[in-house]
Each structure stands twice: as C-alpha cells, then as structure tokens.
Write a protein that binds this ligand. Sequence first.
Ligand SMILES: [Ca+2]
Ligand SMILES: [Ca+2]
Length: 290
Amino acid sequence: MAEVVREGLERTADDVAGRGGWDAHSGYGRINAANLLAAAFRPAAGGGIRGQVTDVSGAPVPGALVSAGGASATTGADGMYRLANLALVNSPYTLSVQAGGAAYRSAPVVLAAGGDSFVDVATTAAAAAPPPPAPQPVVNGGFESGTLAPWLAGGGSPTPSLSRTRVHTGSLSAYLGSSSGREPTGDSSLRQTIHVAIPAGARSATLSFWTWTASTDLGAFDYQESQLRPAGGTPRSLFKGAANSLSWQQTSADVTAYNGGDVEIYFNVHQDGGGDPTWMYVDDVAVTYS
Ligand SMILES: [Ca+2]
Ligand SMILES: [Ca+2]
C-alpha cells in the first residue's frame, strides 16, 4: 500500500524539475493532493529506478556500480542507489550491477512515467567481515584469574583480597574494607591504570563496573569511593559515601575524554577504627565502545 501511495504522490506532483522529471532538490515536485485523488498523472518524459543492493547476508553493499541505459550510480553506505530521469521511450531497462567482483543483471524493469520503480538486487557478494573486537584495556576486570594482579593494592587497612562470598559474575570478586573483626583505621584500595583507545568505527568509550556495598557506620566517618585519575590530571570522583546497598549496583562513566591517554581506575574503602565497619565488593570492571 505504501508503495502505491508513494508512486501516486510522485506521479501526480506538480512539475518543478522540468519535463516531469526528478532533481535532487525538489524530487518529483510539489505534492498535488487533488491530482493524487483524481489519479491525474503529470506528463513526464522519464522515470527513475531506485533500490538497494544487498550481499549474501542481506546486508547493504556500499560502492556497488548500478547502471542502466547509459546511466550509472554507485550505492551509498546504505546500499541504496538511484538512477533518475531515464527516458521513457527506452523502457523497459535492464539493470547491470557490479558488486564484489561479480556482475548481475536484473529482469526487465518497466518505467513508471514521472515516478520511481523500486528494484532491489540481492547479490552473492560475500558478507563484510565483522570488525575485530575492540581490545579490552581493563585486565582481570572480573577478578577471575585467581589473583588480584595487575590491580595494585594500597592502604593496607586491610589489604584488599579476592572473595568467593559475593560475586557479580564468575566465581571471584575483589573485597575491600572489612566486614568483621576489629575495624582498622585507614584505607583499603585497589587501582589499575588503563590506556583508552577508541577503535575505528566507535566514537565513545564507557567504563562500567559493579559494586556491592555495606556500612554499619551511621556517623558516616567511613566511606566507599571510586575515582578516575587521569595521568597528570585532576581526579574525578564517581562516588563517595557510606553506602549500604547490600546488592550489586552498576556504575558507568564516560571515559571518551581520556582517549589516547592513560587513566587510573581507583576503588577505596576508608574506615575510622570506631568499631562500625564498612566494606565493598567490586566485580566486572570493563570498558565498552559505541
Ligand atoms: Ca567476577
Ligand atoms: Ca567505621
């Protein structure tokens, strides 16, 4: 139905391009609703052929050469082509398509005067190879290697460790702070420096991770925190406070601004030694691109 309406709109439009033809600025001209309802077609000396060239997987084939009756066009990124203002007197036309080193010919295409005929061409051109997966700059972001490395532990109050108690995915996470025993005074931190390199075809990079937080410090002298620390730049806080989520929460941060440079991912639990401990699990730290 939509095709019938489209063709009707085109063929009953008021001529703007001249001789009932098409141009890139005004298309087939101004819509004329009265003519459309009356099916009063505009006199036209030609018509167009439009369509899409696809590969074996049905994906668009850009850069395919489509020609008919001495006119030719190259498909765009969406695989679409347009051959405009083909002379009606030479109709029907046979499309020739060259894609992926092979040639194809269509069945005869009868032009519609003053409108487009749609012809899609399915070729056997090989599907484009998928882009290689972007490198993951965070190493051991799921803590599944059985060691914290290359994460660097700091603070020593206490030194972070691996946990099997609470994991977001897999069987291990990182455990900062202390859930039991005498509450120490000081920091329990983990950090890793990554190099942000947005791959071709992507425009942005996002860091995400999951944390499970608990705190019994009602005075909020303790805190869990996460920062991004660019080399030579100002640290950026992603969160800081005595959180008590008791569930896995995801944090995401746009790291596009660090493209081409290094940034340290920093997690910390600070405790005040007051007997009301605070702790945090971290898992699935990763950078994605889009
Ligand atoms: Ca894990
Ligand atoms: Ca405390």
